[in-house]
Design a protein around this ligand. Structure first.
Ligand code: XMP
Ligand code: MG
Length: 204
């Protein structure tokens, strides 16, 4: 799988200052993301043939990745979502999140594929996987599009991984800064001025 980071700021696609102001650099282009999502979908389709997986995502950031990934699958699959509350910095340190929307589907005996847009420390994912494991799925695997592996505090087995990311705050393709930038078609680095002037905890 290709895993190339590139593109200086003068390659920001289009001339849309409202959309791209505050972006310093493109890390992964729309085309690179499309190709990697297709490769992930191919691997998942191969591994889950005949198993009708239930694909679970955490709102809201994952919906962009999820929509593209699912449309690239060549097998049947079902979809469900959970939503978690914003965490305080103390709760975040302990990996605590509150479920504000639970699954609609019972997962006991199901083959579950948990999809995340980005994994950073791994605390959120660890907490959510424990919660899901307690419901006794037949299998439970993880697919992550962006991995900040150098920030990891807990080791979490990731079966399907898209790209590595540096340990900086990134936005686009579902990832937001204060709810902005989710609809960028690429993933980019935020200018330090934007981030430093508006620091906040972030979830989803
Ligand atoms: P942990 O540290 O628990 O965090 O693995 C995962 C959650 O933190 C958010 N997150 C980000 N959101 N840009 C974002 O927009 C980022 O660079 C970023 N890093 C972490 C995200 O909500 C993820 O679910
Ligand atoms: Mg967020």
């Amino acid at each position: 799988m290709k895993n190339k980071r590139s593109s200086p700021v003068d390659e920001l696609p289009g001339d849309h200052p409202e959309l791209t102001s505050g972006i310093r650099q493109v890390l992964y282009t729309e085309e690179q993301i499309r190709q990697q999502v297709a490769a992930l979908a191919q691997a998942i389709s191969r591994d889950y043939t005949g198993r009708n997986p239930l694909i679970i995502g955490v709102l809201k950031g994952v919906v962009f990745f999820m929509a593209d990934l699912l449309r690239a699958l060549t097998i049947s699959a079902e979809v469900d979502f959970i939503a978690v509350s914003s965490y305080t910095s103390e709760a975040r340190e302990r990996g605590m999140v509150r479920l504000v929307k639970d699954l609609e589907t019972p997962i006991s005996g199901r083959h579950v594929l948990f999809i995340e847009d980005v994994i950073d420390t791994g605390l959120t994912l660890h907490y959510l996987l424990q919660n899901l494991r307690a419901r006794q799925p037949a299998s439970l695997e993880v697919c992550v599009l962006f991995d900040k592996s150098s920030s990891r505090l807990l080791n979490i087995p990731i079966k399907y991984k898209g790209f590595d990311l540096p340990p900086y705050f990134v936005v686009g393709y579902g990832l937001d800064f204060r709810e902005k930038y989710r609809n960028l078609p690429f993933v980019g680095l935020l200018s330090p001025e934007v981030f430093e002037n508006n620091k906040t905890t972030n979830q989803g």
